[in-house]
Ligand binder design. Sequence first.
Ligand code: LLP
Length: 441
Amino acid sequence: MHLHGTSKINDRGHLEIGGVDSVELAKKYGTPVFVYDVALMRQRAYDFKQAFQDLGITAQVAYASKAFSCVAMVQLANELGLSLDVVSGGELHTAMVAGFPMERVHFHGNNKSYQEMEMAVEAGIGCFVVDNFYELEQLEQLSKKHGTIVSILLRTTPGVEAHTHEYISTGQEDSKFGFDLISGQVDRAIQISEASSHVNLLGLHCHIGSQIFETRGFVLAVEKIFSFIQKWKKELGFVPTVLNLGGGFGIRYVEGDTPLPAADYIKATVAAVKQQAELLEVDIPEIWIEPGRSIVGDAGTTLYTLGSQKEIPNVRHYLSVDGGMTDNLRPALYQAEYEGVLANRATEEATEKFSIAGKCCESGDMLIWDLPLPKANHEDILAVFCTGAYGYSMANNYNRIPRPPVVFVEDGEDTLVVNRETYEDIVRLDLPLLVKTKETI
Ligand code: LLP
């Protein structure tokens, strides 16, 4: 059994997280429930920040709030000295409600609406990561209208795509995001930005993928971008003062996942930037990154209660939980794999393999295939590890199932940070059918 962060098995043979017995948490809050190990999130954020500090590099570590956003999480990100990446009006609104300093907010997205951009301009956010020409044009108009200057990065697609251990380097990336490097779209966007008195072009951005276990893709992206800097310097008089390399740092979900320590990703990337900057005799830019999964992923555990089971002799033993693809869409969407234990019988030897099914009316609603567990019964508590990123944030109300609550645990204390949705919440936006009289039919 691989335990993350402060998780351990206590004297009662129960899984304990942040010094709190998970079986007690299940009793107190009901199941399913998301439990976050706050100390582990602190550690993850610290590791990234410290890695830059050790190398004497000016940096911003922005938490990609799409991985998991709620008011308390954004407040924690602030407390940890992180910047914040938002991709929608909703994520921005959460940051505003949380009192997050707007100057450390970066706004992403390939189709920000005019209203969203105006909301961000009025809020005075730190930087727009501009994705396309349409956005650039609208931002120019907006900043004129508000008599302000907005800082921007241009999102580029450097033709490097990384996933886990593989990375693909292509000339031109076929992606909906960003300005293409090879075809000259970035050159044109730089020209437009530099000519504008209403946008302040700070530099460039790229994001090469997610759940990446090696450094090569990041280094390659740096090299690709720098291969254009000479030209921009000469022809456009532009040298980026900020280089944002996105997120994507991998985490361990299951055995065989081999993420690197944060410092290794940072060291390799910084070395590449330094080397390239020296080669071109330009100043080393500020380096910004945007980790999401690697800040919150392994800090999250979901607790479920087991219910019905179905054993098909010589085929499979299904165990159903009281949640599923409504609180964790990743297995259905990406065949993502997870590990888990019986939280109330964590010391007992595994004797059998069980496949964990969700409760939705969908055959694909399976959380884990062939999980070794002791003989499990209904009412046992199943803890699924590493659900902190893209779990709650992609939760949904399929089958009109209310979303679970979220609890932060640290130093033996538990704090509810998101309420469980109620059936009243489920129908809150619904309006009744208007009864038509005979005359109007
Ligand atoms: N920056 C940008 C521009 C991004 O698009 C993303 C993620 C991040 C940062 C954060 O990446 P991270 O450090 O979390 O890998 N729902 C998928 C992941 C989608 C990632 C989207 N972009 C999943 O559950 O695996």
